[in-house]
Design a protein around this ligand. Structure first.
Ligand code: HEC
Ligand code: HEC
Length: 273
């Protein structure tokens, strides 16, 4: 009997893990996700690449910075395998990677091992990257998710995909990560909403620091609630001095009123350090 319970518990964990992973896949709406969950062969190279694209543009927050606005290299327009090989051959490269896949993996975990010229943090002479570590909060992609993103960066320019597709052995560990990090559909608190909408990728707020946008830990002393609301809904109406207009303009479409108001109120209260 205890054995049976264990077995049941294990396959439930498996099911849950795969439900969460496959739920990230685009275009499976309308089909019961449960049917897909136990099929370990469900990840083809194509669907894994599609997952990577979804993560690149969504949860991974990569396109917040990697776009054509000039604040980070425009990965969508670059062949990242060729780029990686150039970086590896550059004397400024400080990591241990020997080939492109490892370089891309390393770029996400330790961005400062190679800082693209002109893109380093201000005043560090391109020795410190402003890019957040993708395997750490708030973004915190799992191993499988980072592999999917690499698969996407490789495949989008016709390079061979070299990362492993997720296997049964990989599941139990990612299940645990997933249970704590999978975003809730509707945020219950301001903190949760700020995490979900990726504000922390660019702003110092909550427990994280980022120099891309103004520090929000004291924003309540600079701006009224109405001004904060406008900054979120129409980021380019007023550009904070010393910063470039790179805050996404589509939060108005993505946020529910409740989420917006929770964030506005929370930020308006950020007065002291
Ligand atoms: C807050 C902004 C920001 C976010 C979010 C961000 N990056 Fe970056 N990234 C940068 C900047 C700036 C650089 C250039 C400086 C450097 O080399 O680290 C960079 C560099 C890179 C490089 C190396 C590029 C090269 O030419 O060698 C890769 C690869 C990369 N990012 C991938 C990603 C991926 C994948 C994601 C999402 C999972 C992501 N980044 C999220 C800002 C960001
Ligand atoms: C891709 C980076 C990025 C993301 C993501 C981002 N911001 Fe910003 N934000 C900026 C930059 C850069 C500025 C300053 C330039 C400007 O005013 O548009 C800014 C300005 C602001 C301001 C005005 C601050 C001041 O002191 O003037 C507020 C408030 C703000 N952002 C809130 C948010 C919230 C809330 C989120 C998440 C829902 C968010 N931002 C997401 C980059 C970003």
């Amino acid at each position: 009997m205890p054995v049976l319970i264990k077995v049941l518990g294990f396959s439930l964990t498996l099911t849950l893990g795969f439900t969460l992973v496959t739920n990230l896949l685009p275009q499976i709406e309308g089909e019961a996700p449960v049917e897909k969950t136990l099929d370990l062969g469900a990840f083809t190279e194509e669907s894994f690449v599609a997952l990577g694209e979804e993560l690149f543009k969504g949860k991974g927050t990569c396109t917040l910075c990697h776009n054509d606005m000039g604040r980070a290299p425009d990965i969508l327009k670059m062949n990242m395998v060729e780029t990686a090989n150039d970086r590896l051959a550059d004397s400024r490269y400080q990591g241990d990677s020997k080939e492109a896949e490892a370089y891309l993996q390393e770029s996400m975990r330790q961005p400062s091992l190679y800082v693209v010229k002109g893109f380093g943090k201000k005043g560090t002479n391109d020795s410190v990257s402003p890019m957040p570590a993708i395997d750490k909060p708030p973004i915190q992609l799992s191993e499988i998710e980072m592999n999917a993103v690499i698969a996407y960066m490789q495949a989008k320019d016709g390079n061979p995909v070299t990362v492993p597709l997720p296997s049964a052995e990989a599941v139990p560990t990612t299940t645990e990560e997933k249970q704590t990090t999978a975003p809730a559909p509707i945020a219950e608190t301001a903190q949760e909403a700020i995490g979900q909408f990726g504000c922390t990728a660019c702003h110092s707020i909550l427990e994280t620091e980022s120099p891309v946008g103004p520090d929000l830990r004291t924003v309540g002393s600079r701006l009224s609630a109405d001004e904060i609301r406008q900054s979120i809904l129409e980021p380019n109406a007023v550009i904070t001095e010393g910063y470039s207009p790179m805050m996404p303009g589509n939060f108005a479409d993505k946020m529910r009123v409740k989420e917006l108001e929770m964030i506005v109120q929370f930020l308006a209260e950020q007065i002291n350090d």
